[in-house]
Design a protein around this ligand. Structure first.
Ligand code: A2P
Ligand code: 11C
Length: 322
């Protein structure tokens, strides 16, 4: 097996490399790509040092069994189609291809079946805030049918990559003008992630709308998101209000949440500091006044569950099914 990580020096790329080892994926050959800025840097894989190579179109013309991309949408748009054309399976963490109807958008626990027979091409990894929400809710959708979701997110700065984390840490040391975030993030809460669109939502919010419908295979689910950046390093949290088509009782909802693969339902309260470094989505504080609407809280590590672990789970599921 021949694998490469593209964006290997970034937050998600480094975690992909780590999760591959945790899951005991042992390729015969592995390469690490990033921009020319970090070519020559070292990456350790099973105790051996590998040199980071500059990403080039030429390198993508070689066939890999799996290419794990996490270098942003512009890089994916330029290089992923070349790799797909060369017969590689590209697992792409960017937003570039997610809503392309020809491209599967995969959370393996929910729609991993789409990988069967997909011998080469791009597989899109959803946005982090979408992944943890659909992982928590997919069994509820199967059992009760989701009519609508109102969600407010509390997203950590690592969602914006290593520059986002640096910006919070720099602001903690002294006043530094916002760059990556639209307002100061230290000692603050910023209700805008991504860019504002004409409809008043942000692109991050529209990802939650469109990706949820695609992954749950139901274009009628109405999703109302507000995405908010908070001064937390790792883990996104979400307050989620869900309206179902069929009536439920609370034990039924709790059972549906608990039935989610890699989901932990708990009456204890989970916070980002509890979830960081794990591969689980934690759900709790389930409440309802009636039998078609409930509220809950969820937390997951955005770099792992929301990105690197989901990408490696796609790789493992693809190997299992093909
Ligand atoms: P580099 O470190 O050389 O800039 P993050 O999301 O944490 O900021 O990481 C982004 C990743 O994408 C890094 O590995 C970064 O490499 C890589 N990257 C950014 N731009 C390019 C590019 N034009 N070509 C290849 N890799 C890129
Ligand atoms: C954030 N969710 O927390 C974003 C980052 O489409 O993959 C991921 C953007 C994406 O800032």
């Amino acid at each position: 097996m021949k694998i490469a990580v593209v964006g290997a020096t970034g937050e998600v790329g480094r975690m992909m490399t780590r999760v591959l080892q945790e899951r005991n994926v042992r390729p015969d050959e592995i390469s690490f790509f990033a921009s020319a800025r970090s070519a020559g840097e070292g990456v350790e894989f099973y105790g051996r040092k590998h040199r980071v190579k500059e990403l080039t179109e030429e390198a993508m013309r070689e066939r890999y069994d799996y290419l794990l991309f996490s270098a942003g949408a512009a890089v994916s748009r330029q290089y992923a189609p070349i790799a797909a054309e060369a017969g590689s399976v590209v697992i792409d963490n960017s937003s570039a291809f997610r809503m392309d109807p020809a491209i599967p958008l995969v959370v393996p626990e929910i729609n991993g079946d789409l990988l069967k027979g997909y011998s080469s091409g791009i597989v899109a990894n959803p946005n982090c805030s979408t992944i943890q929400m659909v992982l928590a809710l997919y069994r509820v959708h199967e059992r009760y049918g989701i009519r609508s979701i109102v969600v407010s997110t509390y997203q950590s700065v690592s969602g914006a990559g290593k520059n986002g984390m640096n910006e919070l840490e720099d602001q903690m040391r002294g006043h530094i003008a916002p760059k990556k975030f639209v307002k100061q993030i230290h000692l603050n809460v910023v209700p805008q992630i991504g860019s504002l669109l004409e409809n008043g939502f942000t692109d991050e919010e529209m990802k939650m709308v469109n990706e949820t419908r695609k992954i749950l295979r139901d274009p009628d689910i109405s999703v109302w998101p507000t995405t908010v950046r908070v001064p937390v390093l790792y883990c996104h949290s979400e307050s989620i209000f869900t309206e179902t088509r069929k009536p439920f009782d609370l034990p039924g909802i709790e059972a549906a949440l608990e039935a989610g693969e890699h989901v932990v339902f708990s009456r204890d309260m989970f916070t980002p500091l509890d979830a960081a470094g794990t591969d689980l989505t934690y759900v709790g504080r389930v409440r309802a006044f009636d039998d078609t609407r409930f509220l809950m809280w969820n937390v997951a590590d955005n770099i792992r569950v929301g990105a690197a672990t989901n990408a490696v789970r796609i790789l493992l599921k693809h190997r299992e099914l093909n």
